[in-house]
Design a protein around this ligand. Structure first.
Ligand code: AMP
Ligand code: MG
Length: 425
């Protein structure tokens, strides 16, 4: 038996309750992640082009941010000699400091400078007194007792310190990171190259768009959901179309895919009772395990390697393919893309408005709609048709309802775990 498969089996079975016919979802997720390393290859891009890419080296700040001590409020800058716990002080207004236009002298005892948010703190300015608490009279200002040295001053380097990482390698660059990079004067950054994914559907019944359906045929929707999901994850997608259930065609497709991509994603042909071409060909060309995962929908899934490419053989049913993608492939792609650390999908509990049937011994992923109830609290309602072929359920839903492995039937009002689809799908 090949080394990869042996490792997978060894790792999967090193727990007391291992059942090869019902691998628990968290175990399969861990195993996949443990096998993968980020793809090599770095690109240098301008900051705006880095949106959605993964940082490939720490972004070290060459400067302090903020660069100088500055005022956090609009008010009056005062000297520490005029701060008192129990006495107010009346001070002479000697000038004004705006953001970008500092007060050009040292501040002396008995003086105050009108200062705006963001204006540089000059020598002698030890505290900023908020404007609303002061009283002005001509060219004097009275500040109340109890002001403290250092108050309302943002210190240089408080946000970011010079020569320290502003962003660590492995971070997905979102709008916040683009701004952070800009705030330290970055023009270009090193990012990981995109993960290349070859994608095809298998099945004699599948038709591509643009041709009319004949008896028993269905349009290939999986390539569209998968293309969308992969594009959102920032992958380079090689769409290889529909491959019929034919050994020669499958062999050619798998070979081409393995030579051109980091990951091969197929749908269909891995379930029990399928014409066995897909499984047979995957086994012949690479090191592939057919996992029976304790989950619904999406029990069968192939995972392994063909040449240098990782293979995910997903089920054919349109909902099952999406669920297995989001529960297994998504994290794998994040890891390959160089993201670190890989966070699990955020999952939190809300009450359900409907009872759900559930058998213990498998994780179920129902499609749900999260809404605010009249008390302003989030609640979830399962969408009507939960069949694994009913793609409309994925479209109607805004969350997955995750019913844990050991759980049985769920009653109205019970707390259930949900994963918000927004940002995920
Ligand atoms: P399979 O896993 O190949 O047995 O397919 C299971 C079910 O999903 C069958 O009803 C297929 O027709 C359907 N199916 C498989 N692949 C696709 C696809 N790419 N698009 C839409 N439906 C599919
Ligand atoms: Mg099929």
């Amino acid at each position: 038996m090949s080394s990869l498969i042996q490792t997978l089996i060894d790792q999967a079975s090193c727990q007391s309750d291992y059942d090869p016919n019902a691998l628990p979802v968290p175990r399969a997720q861990e195993l996949i992640l443990s096998m993968l390393e980020p793809v090599s290859g770095i690109e240098r891009v301008f900051v705006r082009q880095a949106l959605g890419r993964v940082l490939a080296a720490d972004a070290i700040s060459p400067i302090n941010v903020p660069a100088s001590d500055n005022s956090a409020m609009d008010g009056y800058a005062v000297h520490r000699a005029d701060l008192s716990a129990d006495k107010e002080a009346t001070l002479k207004i000697v000038g004004t400091a705006f953001a970008g236009h500092p007060y050009p002298h040292d501040l002396k005892p008995g003086e105050a400078v009108r200062i705006m948010t963001g204006a540089v703190i000059s020598t002698g300015m030890d505290a900023v007194v908020i404007q609303e608490t002061t009283q002005t009279d001509g060219d004097t200002v009275t500040i109340p007792a109890g002001q403290k040295s250092g108050q309302n001053i943002r210190r240089a380097g408080e946000d970011l310190r010079a020569d320290h990482p502003a962003i660590n390698t492995g971070k997905l660059l979102r709008p916040a990171e683009l701004g952070l990079l800009a705030s330290i004067g970055t023009v270009e950054v090193n990012v990981h190259r995109r993960v290349r994914v070859a994608l095809f559907s298998t099945g004699d019944e599948l038709k591509s768009l643009g041709t009319p359906l004949e008896g028993g045929q269905v349009y290939d929707s999986n390539r569209y959901t998968m293309w969308g999901a992969l594009s959102r994850l920032g992958c380079e997608v090689l769409d290889m179309g529909v491959v019929p259930d034919d050994p020669t065609a499958l062999e050619a497709a798998l070979k081409t895919a393995s030579e051109s991509a980091d990951v091969i994603i197929t749908s269909g042909g891995v379930s029990v009772g399928e014409a066995d071409f897909v499984k047979e060909m995957m086994t012949r060309l690479g090191e592939v395990l057919f996992w029976k995962i304790a989950m619904k929908p999406g029990r069968p899934m192939a995972f392994g390697r063909i040449g240098k490419a990782w293979l995910f053989g997903l089920p054919g049913n349109p909902v099952a393919v999406m669920v297995t993608f989001y529960q297994f492939v998504r994290q794998a792609i994040l890891k390959l893309s160089g993201q670190s650390p890989i966070q699990p999908i955020a999952t939190f509990g809300v009450p359900t408005t409907a009872a759900m049937k559930k058998s213990p011994g498998r994780t179920e992923f129902q499609r749900g709609i999260l809404t605010l109830n009249e008390q302003g609290q989030w609640q979830v309602t399962p969408v009507g048709a939960q069949g694994s072929g009913v793609l409309r359920s994925m479209s109607e839903a805004n969350c997955f309802i995750v019913l844990e492995h050991a759980r049985g039937n769920i009653a109205i009002g019970d707390m259930v775990q949900v994963q918000v689809m927004d940002g995920l799908v």
